[in-house]
Design a protein around this ligand. Structure first.
Ligand SMILES: [Zn+2]
Length: 140
């Protein structure tokens, strides 16, 4: 079922130069060069409004506000993804550590990392750079 959805999903493949052209420097550095924003610097870190979080590069739905929690790490944190086509994970062994990288499933934007110390029911902590996200507030 999920595999079928993934196969039907349209991937976005742009060259590095194309991304550099359309993204701001900070967004480009994080999403395309796997950078990490300074903790507590992101506008969405303390955002508690109800709404939806989209990929800043391609508008793929990534997270919902109901799954956001305050991890105290300085980065927006979620314990669940919005759908089966939101986020893909990949082993990341950069910086001498073995971590799990979180990427947008549509455009491969680097979002952050996934840890196993999140709250129930998933126990996951999606530690996401604020600049990778675009937030849309739910209509009242
Ligand atoms: Zn994306």
């Amino acid at each position: 079922m999920i595999l079928g959805t993934i196969l039907k999903m349209k991937k976005i493949n742009k060259s590095d130069a194309e991304w550099k052209d359309i993204l701001s420097d900070s967004v480009y550095t994080v999403t395309r060069k796997k950078g990490t924003e300074t903790p507590f610097s992101g506008a969405l870190n303390i955002n508690i409004d109800a709404g939806t979080y989209y990929c800043v590069c391609c508008d793929n739905i990534l997270f919902k506000s109901v799954h956001k929690f305050n991890s105290g790490t300085g980065w927006p944190s979620f314990y669940e993804v919005a759908s089966g086509t939101s986020v893909q994970s990949k082993i990341d062994i950069s910086l001498g550590m073995s971590r799990v990288e979180a990427l947008c499933m549509v455009c491969d934007a680097h979002l952050g990392h996934i840890f196993d110390d999140g709250p129930e029911p998933t126990g996951k902590r999606y530690c996401i750079n604020s600049v990778s996200l675009k937030f849309t507030k739910k209509d009242k």
